[in-house]
Design a protein around this ligand. Structure first.
Ligand code: BTN
Length: 264
């Protein structure tokens, strides 16, 4: 492990062992509204696959479902990757699943923590959220033109505001240790690249298989909360498109495309 906690581009480039990701373009900001927003602008201007946008702090970090992502200047990884996979737009959830697997494996490898995935995009440790993924896409009719895979990882964050302190955690809080963010980022990017290669060569099935092994959602009683309704039942499975299949108490099956899962 390196000693510093720098995420400056030269320090990252030096340690990256990827072939495409971060090799051509790395943008690093001391402060930005959202690395996802910046990555989308860059992708619209033609930035190549593998372009990496990072920030020390986000002033309007985006979470899923229009929420904000707590992005203080000390201790977090806020990174967005431009990807241009040959996928249909309806296959874009594959990017989120792939990124969740890559991040879970990377963090497990760096920390030995028992990281689990909660459908579809939360990384949990001891039931609290350690990292989140936000994939945003640009599609042209049915075809995916690009995807921005954004990830926020709470690495050396010592504490959280009261409204999320009951549900959020960090590597520092869980282990009592500080981790060089460059090591965590490098491990994540390596896993992400390997999984992207696997997606191209073997398809989504092995990635979904690994996702299911890492997920703590399937086979458990859950409640899914949506904007104006909620369902309780059994998380039966996740189908090949990433849709959560819930069986309710009457035995009816529901296909859940989006929602917040509460493990009961
Ligand atoms: C979630 O709500 O779980 C998704 C959180 C995604 C946060 C990351 S931080 C880097 C990237 N830029 C953003 O504005 N959001 C994502």
């Amino acid at each position: 492990m390196s000693n510093s906690d720098s995420l400056l581009s030269p320090d990252i480039v030096r340690v990256l062992d990827t072939r495409v990701i971060g090799k051509k373009n790395i943008f690093h900001y001391r402060e930005i509204d959202s690395t996802n927003a910046r990555a989308r602008d860059l992708a619209d201007q033609g930035a190549p696959e593998g372009t990496l946008v990072m920030a020390e702090k986000q002033t309007r970090g985006r979470g899923s479902k229009g929420r904000t992502w707590f992005s203080p200047s000390v201790g977090g990884i806020y990174a967005s990757l431009i990807l241009r996979p040959s996928l249909l737009s309806k296959e874009a959830p594959q990017i989120t699943f792939l990124t969740a697997v890559a991040a879970a494996e990377a963090i497990r490898g760096c920390t030995q923590l028992h990281v689990r995935i909660k459908w579809p995009n939360d990384l949990l440790v001891n039931g609290k959220k350690l990292a989140g993924i936000l994939t945003e896409i640009h599609a042209d009719r049915e075809v995916l033109r690009y995807a921005v895979a954004g990830i926020g990882i709470n690495v050396n964050i010592p504490g959280f505001p009261p409204e999320i302190s009951g549900t959020a955690t960090s590597l520092l809080i869980e282990t009592g240790r500080r981790f060089p963010r460059a090591d965590v980022l490098r491990a994540f990017l390596r896993e992400e690249e390997n999984r992207l290669i696997q997606l191209r060569t073997e398809g989504f099935s092995p990635i979904l298989g690994r996702w299911k092994e890492l997920a703590d959602t399937i086979g458990r009683p859950i409640r899914v909360e949506m904007a104006d309704t909620s369902f309780e039942g059994w998380a039966e499975d996740v189908d090949p498109e990433g849709v959560l299949i819930l069986r309710d108490r009457k035995g009816f099956f529901h296909r859940i495309l989006s929602g917040d899962v509460v493990l009961l």
